[in-house]
Design a protein around this ligand. Structure first.
Ligand code: GDP
Ligand code: IMO
Ligand code: MG
Length: 429
């Protein structure tokens, strides 16, 4: 398979990790390029469930090299927890897991700012994961961040940590009007202990990736979140703090654009969103409850119930445009089984006008009324289907309708269950 980047086309949790795990077999180096432990990436293999927040989802496959790129903000304690969990499951990461020396760290004080900032917003809070992501990226662009490579020189790490800590203290006290109860010395003591374990993982990964590519190795870039959580192109301010679209793979891994040959957009067969913000096709009725129950739509990071709604082709078309998507992977088709009819949003109406385009600002987006096509559903359970020809004709029709509404982009994969084996390959690349 050529080098490919995997992105979410909706608001995250599209099933990216399942597809990444599946495609890892055909790749050599898997690279996370943005986000942090706000991501929750689930892979299920032979009944064993792995949930990754930082470690790339390719790690389960023996021999594959996994990289946490410079664009990721890394909570080192969470990273080590994932390494420990993998070791407990009998998966060795030795020599095949790296963190870029340029990746910024998420430190305990970033989480404190995240929480204080959310509570100060009251009703208009974003509904963040509370993992300190926004404040860590804010420190990065304010040039007061601490990077993984700073751990090499303990004095420098301490100096930068103390400056960041003092700035966080001011922010929290201002936002929260309450004392800042983190203990600087205690955190530094903890980091001085884990530092020795972390150092072997920290590398200049852009050189590694460059050399791997020259040696003919295949690269798979693992996106986190989804297109509409992108800080520029998403439903701002109800977004995350990084660029989640495919272009971010270059800056977040340290490669040029010609290192990426394909972009695979992961599309859930319906839509979900965690956290606040507009969601035109949201279902607050029993169908929404059914999608949540059958699809087990509860956040992999926070356990929050995900808001559920119909498939929105306006969004996915915009995602195709923004990411340069060349193939789609349609996930969770099995969840729709049993519905007598399924709705698909084809376009919007805003203030009485029809539009096929995603509105340019969130105020307009909040006023959108979705316009639907109604498609006949299928009764039969499809979770055991192995080939495209095993699917009922109504499910095939649903896939074709989505393809027609999405610029004719073919599906590479149709996923009919959470297990690695519940994957139908449709079209090669
Ligand atoms: P990601 O963040 O995009 O990697 O997605 P998550 O892992 O947060 O959420 C997707 C959830 O759906 C996980 O619990 C997966 O195990 C599950 N899943 C993935 N693909 C399918 C599928 O085709 N059918 C069903 N029923 N579950 C799936
Ligand atoms: P994966 O990679 C779904 C959402 C949060 C919140 C907003 C901002 O698993 O698809 P943040 O903590 O990033 O500042 O929160 O973004 N969010 C996600 N929603 N899946 C994710 O990741 C998400 N990562 C962040 O719920 O609305
Ligand atoms: Mg997720």
């Amino acid at each position: 398979m050529p080098n490919a980047v995997i992105v979410g086309t909706q608001w995250g949790d599209e099933g990216k990790a399942k597809v990444i795990d599946y495609l890892t077999e055909k790749s050599d180096v898997i690279i996370r390029f943005q986000g942090g432990s706000n991501a929750g990436h689930t892979v299920i293999v032979d009944g064993h469930k792995f949930v990754f927040h930082l470690v790339p989802s390719g790690i389960i496959t023996p021999g594959k090299v996994c990289i946490v790129g410079n664009g990721v903000v890394v909570d080192m304690e969470q990273f080590l927890k994932e390494v420990d969990d993998l070791m407990e499951s009998g998966i060795s990461v030795e020599g095949r897991l790296m963190i870029s020396n340029l990746a910024h760290l998420v430190l305990p004080y970033h989480k404190a700012i995240d929480q204080a900032s959310e509570s100060s917003r009251g009703e208009s809070r974003i509904g963040t994961t509370g993992r300190g992501i926004g404040p860590a990226y804010a420190d990065k662009v304010s040039r007061i961040g601490v990077r993984a490579g700073d751990l090499y020189e303990w004095d420098i790490f301490c100096e930068k940590f103390k400056a960041g800590f003092a700035s966080a203290k001011q922010k929290v006290e201002l936002l929260h009007n309450a004392p800042f109860d983190l203990n600087e010395e205690e955190i530094l003591e903890r980091y001085s202990k884990i530092r020795e374990r972390l150092l072997p993982f920290i590398k200049d990964t852009s050189y590694y990736i460059f050399d791997a590519e020259r040696a003919g190795k295949k690269l798979l870039f693992e996106g986190a979140q989804g297109t509409f959580l992108d800080v520029d192109h998403g439903t701002y301010p109800y977004v995350t703090s990084s660029n989640t679209i495919s272009g971010s793979a270059c800056t977040g891994a340290g490669v040029g654009p010609l290192s990426i040959n394909h972009c695979i957009g992961i599309v859930k067969a319906y839509t979900t969103r965690v956290g606040n913000g507009p969601f035109p096709t949201e279902l607050t009725d029993s169908t929404g409850d059914m999608l949540r129950d059958v699809g087990k739509e509860f956040g992999s990071t926070t356990g929050r119930p995900r808001r559920c709604g119909w498939f929105d082709a306006v969004m996915v078309r915009k995602a195709i445009q923004l990411n340069g998507i060349s193939r789609l992977a349609l996930t969770k088709l099995d969840v729709l089984s049993g519905l007598s009819e399924i709705k698909v949003c084809t376009h919007y109406e805003i203030d009485g006008w029809r539009t096929d385009q995603f509105p340019p600002n969130t105020q307009q987006y909040e006023r959108v009324t979705p316009v639907y096509n109604i498609i006949p559903g299928w009764k039969r359970d499809i979770s055991g289907c192995k080939k495209f020809s095993d699917l009922p004709s109504e499910a095939v029709n649903y896939i074709k309708q989505i393809r027609e509404l999405c610029y004719g982009i073919p599906a590479l994969i149709v996923s009919v269950g959470p297990e690695r084996s519940q994957t139908i390959e449709v079209d090669g690349i």
